[in-house]
Design a protein around this ligand. Structure first.
Ligand SMILES: *Cc1c(COP(=O)(O)O)cnc(C)c1O
Length: 426
């Protein structure tokens, strides 16, 4: 495989951009080697700057549920662009997209558009604090909610201690306002609430963890989350930036029958362009400026091109509900095919999958929490990743990410994928 152009570009980028990238995981730090500069995508396939073709399971990290360059989405963006790129004034497409989102998520009585998942979670927490008049938030180890200061926090020593920064530049005093709990551990959750419950403004969680590799929620954990937040008057924030419109039309909220107070959306919501949102109960969202005292704004919020891409994407999903059966079917066949190959090669593995998102952990199962996920053999993953890449399959370049199937993945993509895996293990 010829990769000279990517190598040359990465060299040049290194002098200009920290790590040569605009977001860390793209630098291939966890797997080594030269990241591919991708220049074209069509359906399930992407092409790099050297002309190599890959079956894509990154999907721009989630948004591309319809595959790349879906004609309806591209057309919507082109037509909107021809009228002007943005005005910083209300736009009809905001109303249309909000209504469309509500069609998938009836629980979103009102919502606010922003431009990234980070902004959505950060703003949802501010609203929760404004609404409850409390300061603490609870998150779970291994759940990712973007890079806002209060969320770049890890557990201190002992399960019940307040958080400490997980990134340089985050003030300790600020990190202490975040409690870090254990995912899928209802007992530990109860302990946290018994100790801090009266001061907790909100619990934010990934209803299916995607950012420690895929970890499905346990029923008991979901129940405890809703019960304890209600009992103590804290808001429950389902961070559906990744799972929204993916694990079901109405995301994890629909799939698991959740009743969150607030929901954050992103990724698929923008159809590949920068759009995200937070919303939920009308009385809570009435806190948001200009109606209420919680300030939150954005120059590019509700940008017409992003609204158009999101709306076109949601329209296709609404019109073709069979897409979700196809995603489930391909996801299942991919997981089973991978499991067969791993089995045959005698490699320890656990495959966690929820619909069209899946992770191969190179460890004996089950993987139900963050510590389990940490046991994955990252050296084995590195070899797996590079063998796939050489075989023309673009898998997420980290052992702790979800691979995404799109509606455009077909039988020949599956074949190419499994044949690359077979070669890898041979
Ligand atoms: C991707 C992601 C975010 C952050 O979204 P950005 O658009 O990258 O800021 C937040 N929460 C979850 C669950 C995500 O997967």
């Amino acid at each position: 495989m010829q990769t000279k152009t990517s190598e040359r570009l990465f060299q040049a980028a290194g002098g200009l951009l920290p790590g040569g990238v605009s977001s860390p995981v793209r630098a291939f730090g966890a797997v080594g080697g030269t990241p591919r500069f991708l220049v074209r995508g069509r359906g399930s396939r992407v092409w790099d700057a050297d002309g190599n073709e890959y079956v894509d399971y990154v999907g721009s990290w989630g948004p591309m549920i319809l595959g790349h360059a879906h004609p309806e989405v591209v057309r919507a963006v082109q037509e909107t662009a021809a009228e002007g790129l943005g005005f910083g004034a209300p736009h009809p497409l905001e109303v249309e997209l909000a209504r469309a989102v509500q069609g998938f998520y009836p629980a979103l009585e009102r919502l606010r558009f922003v431009s990234s998942g980070t902004e959505a979670t950060m703003s949802a927490l501010r609203v929760a604090r404004g609404f409850t008049g409390r300061e603490l938030v609870l998150k779970f180890k291994g759940n990712y909610h973007g890079h806002a200061d209060g969320l770049l926090v890890e557990a201190g020593s002992g399960a019940l201690t307040l958080g400490q920064p997980s990134s340089a530049g985050v003030p300790e005093g600020y990190a202490r306002l975040t409690i870090v709990g254990r995912y899928n551990d209802a007992d530990a959750l109860e302990d946290v609430f018994r100790e801090h419950g009266e001061r907790i403004a909100a619990v934010i969680f990934e209803p299916v963890v995607g950012n420690a590799g895929v970890i499905p929620p346990s029923t008991g954990f979901l129940k405890a989350l809703r019960q304890l937040t209600r009992e103590y008057g804290a808001l429950l924030i389902a961070d559906e930036v990744m799972t929204g419109f993916r694990v079901a039309p109405g995301g994890a909220t629909e799939r698991y029958g959740l009743e969150p107070d607030l929901i954050t959306l992103g990724k698929i919501l923008g159809g590949g362009l920068p759009a995200a949102a937070y919303g939920g109960r009308a009385e809570v969202m009435a806190q948001v400026a200009p109606e209420g005292p919680v300030y939150q704004a954005g120059t590019l919020s509700g940008n017409p091109l992003a609204m158009a891409a999101g709306l076109a994407t949601l329209r296709v999903l609404k019109r073709e509900p069979a897409i979700y059966e196809r995603l489930e079917d391909y996801g299942l066949r991919l997981a089973e095919g991978l499991a067969d190959e791993l089995q045959r090669a005698g490699v320890a593995h656990t495959i966690n999958r929820v619909g069209s998102m899946l992770t191969v952990f190179f460890t004996e199962g089950p993987v139900t929490g963050f510590e389990d996920a940490q046991r994955t053999d990252t050296a084995a993953f590195r070899r797996f990743f590079h063998a796939l890449l050489e075989g023309g399959v673009y898998w997420p370049p980290s052992a702790f990410e979800a691979a995404f199937v799109s509606a455009a993945h077909k039988a020949d993509d599956l074949e190419r994928t499994l044949s690359a895996v077979r070669t890898a293990f041979a």
